[in-house]
Write a protein that binds this ligand. Structure first.
Ligand SMILES: Cc1cc2nc3c(=O)[nH]c(=O)nc-3n(C[C@H](O)[C@H](O)[C@H](O)COP(=O)(O)OP(=O)(O)OC[C@H]3O[C@@H](n4cnc5c(N)ncnc54)[C@H](O)[C@@H]3O)c2cc1C
Length: 512
């Protein structure tokens, strides 16, 4: 165990904190960063690695949610657009990109009018924080911009702008911010239950998954930001009911699916699916289906892959994209609040801060884009009901997004598009930085989050696993036996995670 991790465990066991945050996804990381920067003694505990839950499986858009206007959610969309605009500015162009989105217009005249009006309203609601102009295009202009698109029934298009971000790096940035402001942050720390005295929550019990040691942490307030897992550790009665929805994405290389701007497609069931240029890659997603399996084992399944692939094939006949071109696929669960609605896509994307009688504060729902607003709302609820003075006196601050460089000189170029010497230097700097601050503990932490690889099915990837493991072993002082063990674990994780995608990609008649 690193001296740093031992020191953090020691502090957790001996200090009384103002706030414990359970769950190191975007919500927990934002709350911990804002709390620590507001002067609260904060602890952040994450069961696996920071960002390893839903927050690394998003569509990577900073957006207001154009389609929620169809459900009349004007207030929700307006807030998200406001947060989008502020976040894109604060992150700066090195970390958040602004890109054009193309919405082809097809179908009946009333549907086309509805989409024209919807995008007009979206632009109006963005106000001075709009990321670019909205333009109405002719069919010829649409095809000039995206020639591979289906021309049949095309009656024009709308172009508008949204933000794109690396979701995982954004989480890690906020965890860094929390740690820099004095918070004790610990991954691989599974919170097993609340500590209650006279019915009031006074801390949590947790297990250090690396050593197996059980321990407790005490605090004046506890926030549950465990997303779809909120009820698993806190108990059914202490947090609101959820209806998780599964979302899957496919990843292609731009060389096999050349796309210069994002395209909004309507799938056969009329849901919206996005094709998003993402550095040297193109990300296609997402599905939106009820999920009642094991939350830790959510995987892309054949039906998800077929749904997305058939949408791509139908909407981009000119691109001739094949299943063999898929270089990665990933799945995540939306932490949606249970409510009215036959399908999960009709459920509200609103967030909720719920305080139960023990004082446990649960924050769920929302979006990556609105994390700062969710954190503000959560911190506003700490204290007053249980104390005479609020815990955060002057109103919570915002994370500063301090400008710590993200991996690579320009992450959108794609870490793995780099040539070997540059890539090795990058891997070294990422591992060094992570060791110093957040302690990646496994090869999976390093590859899937700290480097955020999204090309894991490429043939050359196996060689990269070897290369990265050698750098990690050197910096993390893994003996050769441990390095081999880490490589084996990672390969098994990858095979198990991507097994359906591998089968789906295999040429007909061949084997995976
Ligand atoms: C397919 C999909 C696409 C999306 N696309 C977008 C998008 O483009 N833009 C956007 O703004 N939003 C998007 N979202 C929504 C957004 O990703 C989520 O709202 C957000 O990531 C939820 O973050 P979270 O921190 O609440 O949950 P999570 O990221 O799941 O974090 C919860 C954390 O709690 C940890 N945890 C669980 N139990 C315990 C325990 N007992 N002890 C300690 N830790 C524990 C978990 O390991 C996990 O890391 C998308 C969501 C999905 C599923």
């Amino acid at each position: 165990m690193s001296a740093d991790r031992a020191g953090r465990l020691q502090r957790l066991g001996s200090e009384t904190f103002d706030l414990i945050v359970v769950g190191g996804g975007i919500t927990g990381a934002a709350i911990a960063a804002q709390a620590a920067q507001s002067g609260l003694a904060t602890a952040l505990l994450e069961e696996q690695d920071f960002g390893s839950g839903t927050s690394s499986a998003s569509s990577k858009m900073l957006h207001g949610g154009l389609r929620y206007l169809e459900h009349g959610k004007i207030k929700l969309v307006k807030e998200a657009l406001h947060e989008r605009g502020r976040l894109v500015r604060r992150l700066g162009t090195a970390r958040a990109k602004t890109i054009p989105f193309l919405l082809p217009l097809r179908g009946s005249s009333s549907r086309r009018l509805q989409l024209r009006f919807g995008t007009w309203l979206y632009q109006r609601l963005s106000g001075s924080l709009a990321l670019g102009p909205r333009s109405v295009l002719s069919p010829e202009q649409v095809l000039q911009k995206v020639p591979q698109l289906r021309s049949e029934g095309l009656r024009g298009g709308i172009e508008y702008y949204e933000g794109v971000v690396d979701d995982t790096f954004l989480v890690l940035e906020l965890v860094h911010e929390a740690a820099d402001a004095g918070a004790v942050v610990l991954n691989h720390a599974n919170v097993t239950g609340p500590l209650l005295t006279g019915g009031r929550i006074e801390g949590v019990a947790f297990r250090d998954l690396l050593s197996g040691t059980e321990s407790t942490v005490r605090a004046k307030s506890v926030v549950n930001a465990a997303g779809v897992w909120s009820r698993s550790w806190a108990g059914e009665s202490r947090s609101p009911p959820m209806r998780p929805s599964k979302g899957v994405h496919l990843v292609f290389r731009k060389s096999s699916f050349p796309l210069s701007e994002a395209v909004v497609m309507e799938a056969e069931d009329r849901r919206w699916v996005f094709a998003l240029p993402y550095g040297s890659l193109v990300v296609v997603g997402t599905t939106d289906t009820d999920y009642d399996g094991d939350y830790r084992r959510v995987r892309p399944q054949r039906a998800d892959l077929e749904y997305l692939m058939s949408t791509v094939e139908r909407e981009f006949p000119g691109a001739k994209v094949r299943p063999q071109d898929i270089v990665d696929a990933y799945a995540g669960l939306r932490p949606l609040l249970a409510g009215q609605g036959d399908t999960t896509s009709e459920l509200s994307r609103e967030d909720l801060v719920y305080v139960d009688p023990s004082g446990l504060v649960t924050t769920v729902g929302g979006k990556l884009t609105t994390h700062a607003a969710m954190a503000r709302r959560t911190l506003d609820r700490l204290g007053p009901s249980s104390r005479s003075r609020p815990l955060v006196p002057a109103g919570p601050k915002e994370p500063t997004y301090s400008g710590r460089p993200w991996p690579g000189s320009d992450w959108l170029l794609g870490t793995f598009a780099l040539e070997p010497p540059a890539r090795q230097a990058l891997v070294r700097s990422v591992v060094q930085e992570a060791v110093q601050y957040l302690g990646p503990c496994t090869l999976e932490d390093i590859i899937d989050r700290r480097l955020h690889a999204l090309n894991r099915l490429e043939e050359s990837f196996d060689g990269l696993i070897e290369e990265i493991s050698r750098t990690a072993a050197e910096l993390l002082e893994w003996p050769e036996e441990e390095r081999l063990h880490q490589c084996q674990n990672y390969r098994e994780h990858l095979r198990e995670y991507e097994q359906e995608t591998l089968r789906f990609r295999a040429p007909k008649g061949g084997s995976a």
